[in-house]
Every structure is written in structure tokens, then in C-alpha cells.
Write a protein that binds this ligand. Structure first.
Ligand code: ADP
Length: 454
């Protein structure tokens, strides 16, 4: 069978849904294709935090920030490998995108922020319940309101071009049948990254082998990259693959209880009971440090007041209970007991905690210069959680210009083809900072939607 609309969006994660709504807001008819039976992709699995310089909570708390500071942080966080033109667009439009999600899409945000590694100030907004569900469900509600068709279980398999090379549609597969989707104006690729494809990971970076688990949705297999490459799109930064430093040692899943770290309230130690890295460093720096430790794991330590203040055990209750049941997390009255559970050197750990408390009193971490406000550890119970790095985000992907048009190997826009979200490269350089992806998919999702609707 066959469908026709102005714009076809491939992928119903955060970028695709944002692009679809924006294209419709700009007068285009839109159809969204999603290969999985459920929507949301990696966006749904994420914590959904959004880096927004100058946001309403910063204003309330008197935290000074600017697009320029954010711009500098993104570039520096990616070792200056990001494309300054695209990074500028992300930094300049991040606040507007957050306001759009709050005011137009009616996303609800918590009243506090998180301090993600590599940022120079605390600027990351937290969606309701600290999961990507809030963003995906609200975007989906808007899609429904606007009567935008969403075709699930439908896998884009080929881009259709006319004699001039302009992209005019997509061939997709549903239940073994090939369906043609014609696009009068344009096709937007928003299929996410390739962290769940071992073949593709190994092709571009052989360190990302089968020994490394992944946090990704099973749908993150780089399909859009392959489709675009087949018609001559330029790919960039494909070798830069990020591991998230503190994932489940058994499944590779993100561990949200561990976000107590981004509240500045936990430390990471090794089996020897010693800290080994700044806890708010970049993800790649922490991951690389963890790999060097005994057993290739780290142990996150915090106290009862950190647990209470952060509310992590309540917000992420089922994860918390699961971790306890699977012996990945221990709660114990004394530091000795907690350490013994994981056979960590208790004497050293107690010394580490004493030292840290002294740094908190002095206001400076003499060992690792941890950023933010240091808070002393107090009374028990104490918590220790084991974790290790897993593949999380692929920085590389399709090369786009400032209008989210896909570029070919000569740097020319391929007519009728746009891309946004994790499927694109060139923005985060060697390493994406935490909470920059939601800003990225929102900003470039909106740009792609606008551009394709023209
Ligand atoms: P982003 O954060 O860039 O929005 P996500 O991972 O959140 O990326 O979303 C990408 C979505 O695209 C996922 O829901 C995924 O299942 C979907 N997807 C991936 N490949 C295809 C494909 N070939 N056809 C249709 N949908 C796809």
C-alpha cells in the first residue's frame, strides 16, 4: 500500500516527535514511522534531564549562566571536536527549547536541578519523576491532539529519490510487507544512535566489543545512518562512542539511584577503599578511570542524609528494591558492614570518608578538586552500590548543516532530507556531556521540523 504526506519522520524518539509536531505547527501534513511496538527510543530510557542555560530555576536561585558558557562547556567537554556552528545553535536555542517543552508541550519539571559532569555550573532541568517518560508521553499526547498518524512496527528500509537526487519518500516494512511513503516536502531521519548494534560499534571502534554492555534501547541500531550513507550522506565522528560510567554490572542498564552523585552527595571508591577520580568529571574520564580499577568496577558510597535529601530511593523505588534483591546495592548501619558486603577495604574506606569530610569542612577537595558544594557524610545507615561502564551514546552520525539538512560528501545539502537527534554527528565531539542530548534533540528536532515544512 501507499501513503502520502508533506513530511515523513522516521523514528518516534524525542527528536522525531519534536520534529513531527513542529512540522505540523508549520502547516505540513506529517506521518511518523516507528519500527518498535512502543515509541520513545533511548529518550524514554534516559533520565530526561535538559541542560538549559538561564533557566527559571537558575534565575530563582541566583545562579549566573549564559549561552556563551554553555557553548564553551559543550566544546570543551568534547575536546573541541564539535562543529562550532552547530554547537552555537544548540547553546543559543537550548533555553527556548526548554521553555517550549514547559509552556507549549506542558511538560512538568521538578523544582530542583542536577549538576552533570563537565558543566561549569548547575543548569540541568529534571523532568517529573526524573525519567524520559514525561517528555515522550507529553509529546505523544500532542501528536494525538494534532491527529498526526504514528505507524508503529514500521521499519524504514530505503530512501526514495527522484532523478535529481531529491529524497521524495521512504520504503518501509510492516509485517513483512513493503509500504511506500511519499513525502511532498521532505523526510526527517530521527532514528537515534547505534549503541545497540555490536557490528556497527565494532566497525568504527573496536574497543566497544561484546564485553561491554549497553544502556540502549534495542532499536538503536544505526538504521538511519545506514540509509543516509547509502545515498551519499557524509558521516562524522563515528569512532566516538560514549560509555556511561555507573551502569548495572549485570544488564548494562542506567542506574537512576546513582543520580545521588549528580546531587554532589556520593563518592566513588575502588575495592581498596580509595577514591580514584573526580565524581563530577566527564563520563569518558570516569569510565576510563573505572576500567583501570580492580575488577573494572566502582563502588558508589553515600549516607542516609544524602539518600533522604535526594529522594532517589523513593523516586526510583522499584529500581532500588531490585538492586538490593540482586545484591548490587547494600544498606548497612556501619561503614564496616557496608564495606564487608562487597569485600572493600573498610579501614581505607573509613579513612577516605574522614578525608572527604575534612575537605567539606575546608571547602576544597585536595585530592580531586570536586566541583560544587561538598557536603560531609554523617550518620548511617550507609549505602554502597557496585556499577561499571556501559555503551550509552554514539556521538558520531550523519553530518548536517544549521538547517538540519543532510550533507553529502561535497558538503552540499541533499534535497528533501533532514536529520536530528542522536543519529547526527558533529555536535558533541569526542564526548557528550550529561543532559545535553535532550537539549540537542529538542533544538534540532524543532529546526528539522521547520526546515522540512518549508
Ligand atoms: P533521539 O534521542 O535522537 O530521538 P531515540 O533513540 O530516542 O533517538 O529514538 C529513535 C527512535 O527511532 C526509536 O524509537 C527507534 O526505535 C526508532 N527507529 C530506529 N530505526 C528505525 C527505522 N529503521 N524505522 C523506524 N524507526 C526506527
Amino acid at each position: 500500500s501507499e501513503y502520502t504526506s508533506d513530511v515523513i519522520v522516521i523514528g518516534a524518539g524525542g527528536a522525531g516527535l519534536t520534529a513531527a509536531i513542529t512540522a505540523a505547527d508549520n502547516g505540513a501534513s506529517v506521518i511518523v514511522l516507528e519500527k518498535m511496538p512502543i515509541i520513545g527510543g533511548n529518550t524514554l530510557l534516559s533520565g530526561g534531564e535538559y541542560a538549559a542555560p538561564g533557566n527559571w530555576i537558575q534565575v530563582e536561585e541566583g545562579i549566573e549562566d549564559s549561552a556563551d558558557k554553555f557553548y564553551a562547556d559543550i566544546l570543551k567537554g568534547g575536546d573541541n571536536e564539535g562543529n562550532p556552528e552547530l554547537v552555537r545553535i544548540l547553546a543559543d536555542n537550548a533555553l527556548d527549547g526548554a521553555n517550549w517543552l514547559k509552556d507549549d508541550i506542558k511538560m512538568v519539571f521538578e523544582d530542583h536541578m542536577l549538576f552533570f559532569g563537565g558543566h561549569s555550573v548547575e543548569r540541568s532541568l529534571v523532568p517529573k519523576n526524573a525519567t524520559g517518560y514525561e517528555m515522550i508521553s507529553k509529546l505523544n499526547a500532542r501528536l494525538t491532539e494534532k491527529n498526526i498518524p504514528l505507524h508503529k512496527n514500521t521499519t524504514a528500509a530505503e530512501l526514495i529519490q527522484n532523478a535529481d537526487g531529491q529524497v521524495t519518500g521512504v520504503k518501509a516494512v510492516y509485517d513483512g510487507q513493503t509500504i511506500t511513503y511519499n513525502a511532498n516536502k521532505g523526510v526527517i531521519i530521527a532514528t537515534g544512535g547505534f549503541g545497540a548494534s555490536l557490528d556497527m560499534r565494532m566497525k568504527y571502534n573496536e574497543n566497544m566489543n561484546e564485553k561491554i554492555l549497553s544502556t540502549n534501547s534495542v532499536g538503536s541500531t544505526g538504521d538511519g545512518i545506514t540509509l543516509a550513507e547509502k545515498i551519499g550522506a557524509e558521516l562524522v565522528d563515528m569512532q566516538y562512542i560514549q560509555t556511561y560510567p555507573t551502569c548495572d554490572t549485570q544488564s548494562g542498564s542506567l542506574l537512576y539511584v546513582g543520580d545521588v552523585r549528580m546531587e554532589g552527595r556520593s563518592i566513588l571508591v575502588n575495592k581498596e577503599g580509595k577514591r580514584f577520580v573526580e565524581e563530577l568529571e566527564r563520563r569518558d574520564v570516569i569510565s576510563n578511570a573505572v576500567i583501570e580499577q580492580t575488577g573494572g568496577v566502582s563502588y558508589m558510597f553515600w549516607d542516609e542524609s544524602a539518600m533522604t535529601d535526594s529522594g532517589m530511593a523513593v523516586t526510583h523505588e522499584s529500581e532500588y528494591n531490585g538492586l538490593i534483591a540482586r545484591k548490587q546495592l547494600v544498606k548497612a548501619d556501619t561503614i564496616e558492614e557496608a564495606a564487608a558486603f562487597f569485600e572493600i577495604d573498610a579501614t581505607e574506606l573509613k579513612k577516605t570518608v574522614e578525608n572527604y569530610n575534612q575537605y567539606a569542612k575546608d571547602g576544597v577537595d585536595k585530592e580531586f578538586n570536586k566541583r560544587g558544594t561538598l557536603v560531609e557524610f554523617g550518620q548511617g545507615p550507609y549505602y554502597i552500590m557496585v556499577s561499571k561502564p556501559a555503551v550509552h551514546h554514539t556521538m558520531g552520525g550523519i553530518k548536517i548543516n544549521s538547517e538540519a539538512q543532510v550533507l553529502n560528501k561535497n558538503g552540499e545539502a541533499i534535497k528533501g532530507l533532514y536529520a536530528a537527534g542522536e543519529v547526527t554527528g558533529d555536535i558533541h565531539g569526542t564526548n557528550r556531556l550529561g543532559s545535553d542530548a535532550i537539549a540537542d534533540i529538542t533544538v534540532f528536532g524543532r529546526i528539522a521540523g521547520q526546515s522540512a515544512a518549508k
